[in-house]
Design a protein around this ligand. Structure first.
Ligand SMILES: *Cc1c(COP(=O)(O)O)cnc(C)c1O
Length: 468
């Protein structure tokens, strides 16, 4: 969220709403339009208020054309019905809504099984508002465990967390908020994510853990979690340091189990102590739900757990929030039930086929060079070919906006600041028909772009849409 500021200039103005908006009395007694930056003095009829807000929201983009987001933009109407039924339920009221609490528990059990916990009944986990909260919780558990192991040196010693420079911004937040040094491995040449050996080298006695990302947001590539664990095994043999791994599977933890079954990245690796995912990304639920799981209760220090009243007993909870909507958790359970493994496989497979075919067609246009091909996450990044000098990725992003497409352009971090890319995130609902329209729009632009005297975007910072 932007940190919003108050409004400086007065915003009262004569009424300019459509007189039709009133019911029997067209203007409902208003003599001026309601102020926007302070609470209006009096009420409005509901139809008028609805119409004013509705009209303003028309100027939001069309979420289905938003190729920047990983977050679910379409669910079945049946999911909508359930969510509407549950919008009044507060997730924290376990005593009041025991069935919602039970559905949450079942989702955790299903994920523990899906992610191959050695003993799914021993795994612990919770729902969150998204992966960011889940990552905060996982990071806190890592930090607290490290502090317990190093009680003789902490406070005093400064804890650190090792990760690739391509981590999602939530890890920078975690390190900032919880006073942990972020040790980031830069990109190098054509390596756009973490290098296992480099990660092991950055570890020392103050390392609380290493984060591996299943599905880098920068290019959709999977980080090599198995090789990372192997490098940390060798580190342990050499030095005795036993460093746990957290897998940030915000996207990939709901993709790989269905369509990359041979990829070993999860609790099958003994070093993986916790995993998070965003239910609202490839978990296929509208925004507002994530999951954090720990291999066993031993990975989650008991002192971080709070207890709420539950049917006369108490139920352990681990969360940053207290109140939180229950509807998304119910929708997650609905989707698990509705799709099952075969359904998820079909959805993710279709999405990845759309991504791969679209990447292929963009490759064939000749003006672009693919960085990734959509064959891990259904996400790919591409840049302009070296001989293209008339325009750049920022021009493409800006011009595609004219046809309604939100196609982010951004510059890579350390040490590839020279590389700027466009990224397409394919999701369920972005069909091959829509992909055809996307290619048509892009192809139509190219002759114009090629005639530019030079790239037109001067302020690259401003042109870069948020791409996480
Ligand atoms: C999206 C994402 C996050 C943040 O997840 P939210 O659910 O948006 O809070 C964290 N890590 C990765 C790798 C992501 O893709």
């Amino acid at each position: 969220m932007p940190l919003h500021q108050g409004h400086q200039t007065p915003d009262e103005r004569p009424m300019s709403v459509n007189p039709f908006y009133g019911e029997t009395n067209p203007v409902s007694g208003m003599i001026e339009a309601p102020p926007k930056h302070r609470l209006p003095d009096g009420p409005l009829p509901p139809t008028t208020a609805l119409q004013i807000v509705h009209d303003e929201l028309m100027l939001d983009g069309n979420s289905r054309l938003n190729l920047a987001t990983f977050v679910t933009t379409w669910m079945e109407p049946q999911a909508g019905i359930l969510m509407a039924e549950c919008r009044d339920k507060n997730m924290i009221d376990k005593d009041e809504y025991p069935r919602t609490a039970e559905l949450e528990r079942r989702c955790v059990a299903m994920l523990a099984d899906l992610w191959n916990a050695p003993d799914p009944s021993a795994a612990v986990g919770c729902s969150t508002t998204g992966s960011s909260e889940a990552c905060m919780l996982a990071g806190m558990a890592l930090k607290r465990r490290w502090a317990q192991r190093n009680a003789d040196r902490y406070p005093g010693a400064r804890p650190n967390l090792v990760m690739g420079v391509n981590v999602q911004v939530c890890w920078e937040k975690f390190c900032n908020f919880w006073e942990v040094e972020a040790r980031q491995i830069p990109m190098e040449g054509n390596r756009f994510h973490l290098d296992p050996e480099a990660a092991a080298e950055l570890c020392d006695e103050n390392t609380i853990g290493v984060v591996g990302i299943l599905g880098s947001t920068f290019d959709g590539s999977y980080e090599p979690i198995q090789e990372l664990c192997a490098a940390l095994d060798r580190l342990q043999e050499r030095t005795g340091l036993d460093i746990p791994v957290h897998v940030d599977g915000a996207s990939g933890a709901m993709v790989a189990p269905f369509i990359d079954e041979d990829l070993v990245w999860d609790f099958r690796l003994p070093r993986v102590s916790s995993i998070n995912t965003s239910g609202h990304k490839y978990g296929l639920v509208y925004p507002g739900v994530g999951w954090a799981l720990w291999r066993t209760a031993a990975e989650l220090p008991e002192e971080l757990v709070f207890r709420v009243n539950y049917l006369g007993g108490d139920m352990p909870t681990f969360a940053l929030n207290f109140s939180r909507p229950g509807a998304q958790v119910v929708a997650q359970y609905y989707t698990f039930l509705r799709l099952g493994r075969a359904g998820y496989r079909a959805v993710q497979q279709t999405t990845r086929e759309v991504a791969r075919a679209l990447a292929e067609r963009i490759d064939c246009l000749g003006d672009f060079r693919l960085i990734t091909r959509g064959d891990e996450l259904p996400v790919f990044a591409f840049t302009t070919a070296p001989e293209v000098t008339a325009y750049d990725v920022f021009d493409v992003s800006r011009r595609m906006r004219e046809s309604g497409w939100l196609l982010p352009a951004y510059t890579f971090p350390e040490n590839r600041e020279d590389l700027s890319v466009l990224r397409v995130v394919c999701r369920n609902g972005f069909t091959s028909d829509l992909a055809d329209l996307f290619v048509e729009d892009l192809s139509r632009l190219l002759p114009e772009l090629r005639l530019q005297p030079h790239p037109m975007t001067h302020d690259k910072g401003a042109a870069t849409s948020f791409h996480h």
